[in-house]
Design a protein around this ligand. Structure first.
Ligand code: SAM
Length: 299
């Protein structure tokens, strides 16, 4: 039976008396065409190790297992484990890990699991593929990016509105701290939009698939990374304030006078809103901030 179908979802959920948990973002994909598009975007080959977050009933997992060297699928809901045992029984290259993905170090996981396949070479970079539970989209992406995980590409299905923020250019109304972080570490693009009709149960909003290809090297020298991201968060946390006021009211241990001088030295306008700046401007600010006060300025 085709797992990516409403009939399969009905059969499995009834047989195992599975109760959907909205709190875990459980909207299962029932369109094989969308799964094919995601797999094509990930360019999965037999040497690839895939980390999947939230396999659900295993529809995408099974399709990826047919092409990949190894699939490591992290699922938090223990009620899905017996179902996954059945749906993935023909694929010995799949490992289901019962964990909260936010607590997993993906590099370690790949290290421990991927190298043991017979005739399999250790991967230079694994691929993260997921139809993400919406409630963890931002923390999960930040969890992966901030750890400089050794991924080569991330392909995720997210809410359409979040997809717009992920690929937003600096200065646009959708740009936020998440956009800056994603653009710093990767080159993001929207692969396709996805109708809410291809999920069971049907979510309230549409989705989109976003592909993030890791950058070989950072686009700009940002100095101390902790300072850079603290500045970005401070500027976007108070997006209606001027840069000077947003930074003066932030958790940095610097006075308004000190900020004025740092912003001037970075060649920026203290009365502009922080949300209008891009990676280069934040990088200049971070370098000046570090030069003046070192990393001890973050409380
Ligand atoms: N991949 C399946 C599909 O496309 O049909 C299911 C996608 S569903 C949107 C999200 C899945 O993530 C669910 O199976 C849910 O139980 C799981 N999940 C939710 N929170 C999680 C977490 N913190 N760690 C791992 N899995 C999680």
């Amino acid at each position: 039976m085709d797992l990516a179908s409403p009939a399969a979802v009905r059969r499995l959920t009834e047989q195992y008396q599975f109760k959907f948990r909205k709190s875990l973002g459980q909207n299962f994909l029932v369109d094989a065409n969308i799964i094919s598009k995601i797999i094509a975007a990930a360019q999965i080959g037999s040497r690839d190790t895939i980390v999947e977050i939230g396999p659900g009933l295993g529809a995408m997992t099974k399709a990826m297992a047919k092409k990949a060297g190894k699939v490591l699928a992290i699922e938090v809901d223990k009620n899905l484990l017996p179902i996954l045992k059945e749906t993935l029984q023909d694929h010995d290259n799949v490992e289901v890990i019962h964990e909260d993905a936010l607590k997993v170090d993906f590099d370690d996981l790949v290290n421990q699991n991927a190298g043991y396949q017979k005739g399999y070479e250790y991967p230079s970079g694994y691929k993260i593929v997921a139809n993400l539970p919406y409630y963890i989209t931002t923390p999960l992406i930040m969890h992966v990016l901030e750890r400089h995980s050794k991924f080569s590409v991330i392909i995720v299905m997210v809410q359409e509105e979040v997809a717009r923020r992920m690929v937003a250019r600096p200065g646009s109304k959708d740009c936020g701290a998440l956009s800056i972080a994603i653009n710093f570490y990767s080159r993001p693009e929207v692969v396709c939009k996805v109708s809410k009709n291809v999920f069971v149960p049907r979510p309230e909003v549409g989705s989109a698939v976003v592909k993030m290809v890791r950058r070989d090297k950072p686009p700009v020298n940002i100095g101390d990374q902790k300072i850079f991201f603290a500045l970005v968060r401070a500027a976007f946390g108070q997006r209606r304030k001027t840069l000077l006021n947003a930074l003066s009211g932030s958790s940095f241990e610097l006075s308004k006078e000190q900020w004025k001088s740092i912003i001037n030295e970075a060649g920026l306008d203290p009365s502009a809103r922080g949300e209008t700046f891009g990676i280069e401007e934040f990088a200049a600010l971070a370098r000046c901030c570090e030069k003046r006060s070192g990393s001890s300025c973050i409380s």
